[in-house]
Design a protein around this ligand. Structure first.
Ligand code: ASP
Length: 329
């Protein structure tokens, strides 16, 4: 008993996703079913590592998560740390994990780690990775070296930065990568090994409004401008473009972006999946030099989806003027 009480306190919550999914009626596919306690049944060693506080906050596929739910998850995690949890683990679907993790990281004010994980194989599949990922997430959460790193994404024994991680494969077990920089660290025989010490972190305050909407559109061959032109009239307060190559759009799009940029923040990122946007290389209409002259922001390393999260939070905290600084932090 004394030994039990000396264990660190770890709070674990589940939101749903494949890690919670199981087959029901034959032929109908897997669906979110397992609550957090049920997800942990296959990992009895967790209770020898920590005093657990377990919560099932929702049970949905991660495409159906939203900003409001994630702010509630943040609130739950804050309370757990304030009540003495050494660290927090959150499991959810992998489809939107790269976005939710970045959102929470921009708002996570503690040194205590918040570790997010999921699974690529459901609980009904042989070789399912949910229990292994949950165990690795707990090991990372409890590791001293994880303190001061904000939110961490743990999948397939790798630890990723929420600002850089992407789901790059739809079905593979090794579905997560951090293009250009690689993972922050690895879990080897239960021990987390980081490649570098933690860097400086900056966080945003909680948004004081959440009704703002930020559109995300992808540039593609021979696209007309009808949707682009509708962005302002539909009430969007920010716009992100997943641009070609180094952050480029066609000349007709450049023209519309030039009209939009004085009225709402516009960011152009790259749709390629890795590498930064350019700043000073290309001189044609629709390339970075032209776009920046028109007041458009280039995303740098941040992928289009994460740009949308950042812009949503900056608008919600009335800090749109900090956009350029955050993009190139
Ligand atoms: N395929 C997804 C997952 O890995 C489903 C989801 O994101 O909820 O969890």
């Amino acid at each position: 008993m004394i030994e039990h009480l000396s264990l660190p306190r770890l709070s674990i919550a589940s939101l749903g996703g494949t890690v919670s999914m199981r087959a029901g009626v034959a032929g109908c596919g897997v669906k979110p079913t397992l609550d957090c306690e049920q997800q942990l049944l296959q990992i009895p060693e967790l209770r020898e590592m920590a005093q657990l506080n377990v919560a099932s906050l929702c049970l949905v596929p991660s495409a159906s998560l939203d900003f409001a739910t994630m702010l509630e998850v943040l609130e739950w995690a804050r309370r757990e740390v304030e009540r003495g949890a050494q660290a927090v683990v959150v499991s959810q679907g992998t489809d939107s994990l790269e976005e939710t993790a970045y959102l929470l990281d921009l708002l996570w004010p503690f040194d205590a780690p918040l570790v997010m994980t999921g699974a690529m194989r459901s609980a009904s599949q042989p070789g399912n990775d949910g229990p292994a990922n949950l165990l690795a997430a707990a090991q990372v959460a409890l590791a001293h070296g994880s303190c001061g790193r904000g939110v961490l994404v743990v999948m397939n024994d790798q630890v990723h930065s929420p600002a850089r991680v992407r789901k790059t494969a739809s079905m593979a077990i090794a579905a997560f990568e951090s293009p250009d920089c690689g993972p922050l660290g690895e879990v080897v025989e239960g021990v987390v090994v980081y490649r570098h010490p933690p860097g400086r972190r900056e966080v945003l305050p909680l948004p004081h409004r959440t009704d703002q909407r930020v559109a995300l559109l992808e540039a593609c061959l021979d696209a007309d401008t009808a949707l682009l032109q509708a962005v302002a009239t539909l009430g969007y307060e920010g716009l992100v473009i997943a641009g070609f190559g180094a952050g480029h759009v066609a000349a007709n799009w450049s023209d519309v972006l030039g009209h939009l940029a004085p009225t709402l923040p516009v960011v152009v990122a790259t749709r390629t999946g890795s590498g930064p946007t350019a700043r000073t290389t290309y001189g044609f209409e629709g390339a970075e030099i032209d776009l920046q002259k028109k007041g458009v922001h280039m995303a740098g390393q941040l992928c289009p989806r994460k740009c949308r999260i950042l812009l949503w939070l900056l608008i919600g905290t009335n800090r749109q003027h900090e956009l350029q600084a955050w993009l190139h932090a």
